[in-house]
Write a protein that binds this ligand. Structure first.
Ligand code: DGL
Length: 281
């Protein structure tokens, strides 16, 4: 992709299995307020975190293709599960930069002072089973011990709005008591929804553990990539687009999305991505 051929006002495409990726979009808006953005939430088929890798690959190719044909200049895979399973596939398929959340999150975890040389990773079942975070962390430091834990109840908990209180505390304690006991330097919140549980998670693992929110690190990587390529949008006059597409239930997306995004969600359109003609890998 060469700089001359890129329209700098073209939007950044962001996709996720549902509303959770709005945590990443929020950070992109905060770090890059002049960029136009298009978000796709595959709300008809969420959750991805319990699906097999083949299904996640198929779904993510459809989402990526939908956004690509809208003329985006960069694609962000906000979903940890998709990043864990399909980053290579998506990067090979589309001739634009593709950024997932695993590399930025792993890199940030290595910024914690290494007292124990131990990092925790939490995520969906499919993300944890893939071992993607562990592999990425080991490319940065092969001596770091990585302790992983799937926390499937966290997603419905957050969508219900139960960020604290006795139920959130009991579930968090059950999942993380082992990590709290053996002590970890950093804990990667390897799922779009988990940053909303930061307070209760920090209480359980203790204040000496750095909580890593991949959303912030991903937004920084998006900014760095656009900057390096010379395709940041600096023209206020062309920065207005905040478009959302969903595959089911726009009303629910808006209602739940409010918990994830600090600005109002206005322009939401229902689409069908099952009908796209996608060549298999
Ligand atoms: N967005 C997913 C992730 O970050 C969580 C929700 C799901 O399972 O689809 O892994």
């Amino acid at each position: 992709m060469n700089k001359q051929s890129v329209d700098v006002s073209a939007p950044i495409g962001v996709f996720d299995s549902g509303v959770g990726g709005l945590t990443v979009l929020n950070e992109i808006h905060r770090h890059l307020p002049l960029e136009n953005t298009i978000y796709l939430g595959d709300t008809a088929r969420v959750p991805y975190g319990i699906r097999t890798p083949d299904t996640v690959k198929r779904y993510s190719l459809e989402s990526g293709s939908f956004l690509f044909q809208l003329g985006i200049k960069l694609l962000v895979i906000a979903c940890n599960t998709v990043s864990a399973i399909s980053l290579d596939l998506i990067s090979r398929r589309f001739p634009i930069p593709v950024i997932g959340v695993i590399a930025p999150g792993s890199k940030a975890a290595m910024n914690a002072p290494a007292y124990y040389n131990r990092v925790g990773v939490i995520g969906t079942e499919t993300t944890i089973k893939s071992g993607a975070y562990k592999r990425q962390i080991h490319t940065l430091n092969s001596n770091t011990e990585v302790i992983e834990m799937a926390c499937p109840l966290f997603v419905p908990l957050v969508e219900e709005g139960w960020f604290d209180g006795p139920i959130a505390e009991a579930i968090t304690m059950e999942y993380l008591k082992n990590m709290a006991q053996i002590k970890i330097d950093a804990l990667v919140l390897g799922c779009t929804h988990y940053p909303l549980l930061k307070r209760v998670i920090q209480t359980v693992v203790g204040n000496n553990t750095l909580l890593v929110d991949s959303a912030i690190e991903t937004a920084k990587m998006v900014k760095g990539t656009l900057d390096n390529m010379g395709i940041l949008n600096s023209n206020k006059a062309t920065a207005a687009l905040r478009k959302y597409y969903v595959t089911d239930g726009p009303e629910r997306f808006i209602a739940i999305g409010k918990r994830f995004l600090t600005e109002p969600i206005k322009d939401v359109e229902l689409i069908d991505i099952n009908c796209l003609e996608i060549a298999p890998d």
